[in-house]
Structure formats: C-alpha cells, structure tokens
Write a new protein. Structure first.
Length: 71
C-alpha cells in the first residue's frame, strides 16, 4: 500500500473534509483517505491505494464535490 499526497483548495471546515473524503473514497483503487485541513488555504489530501490512482478520476470526484485539486 502507498500514500500519495495532493493539494486541495476550497475547504473551510470539517463538513468540507467529510464531503471530499466521501467523494475520493468512491474513486476506484482508493483504499483510504485523510485530509489535513487548512481552512481557506491549501489542504493536504492523503490518498492510500494498492496501485496508482487515476488522477483524472480523482480530480473529477473533487470538482464534482465542489472543490479544486491543485495541479
């Protein structure tokens, strides 16, 4: 298992963290999700997986939830 970190913007509270966590958990290949919240800044998304996760699918899930993946 490996962990990959991504930046996410637009999160302001724990509700935002839960929303993004649920969306990312549904991306195929994701086995775990945690987020270090930086309110109104760039939060860090930690994605656990056994194989590399498709970044386009991850990006789409985050955008659909109303937030932005930092590229």
């Amino acid at each position: 298992m490996s962990t990959t970190d991504f930046g996410v913007t637009g999160l302001t509270c724990n509700h935002c963290v839960m929303t993004v966590s649920r969306a990312v958990a549904l991306v195929p290949g994701v086995t775990g999700v945690s987020i270090d919240l930086v309110a109104n800044g760039e939060s860090t998304l930690h994605v656990e997986s056994d194989n590399p996760v498709d970044t386009d699918s991850l990006d789409a899930a985050i955008v659909d939830a109303g937030y932005e993946l930092v590229h």
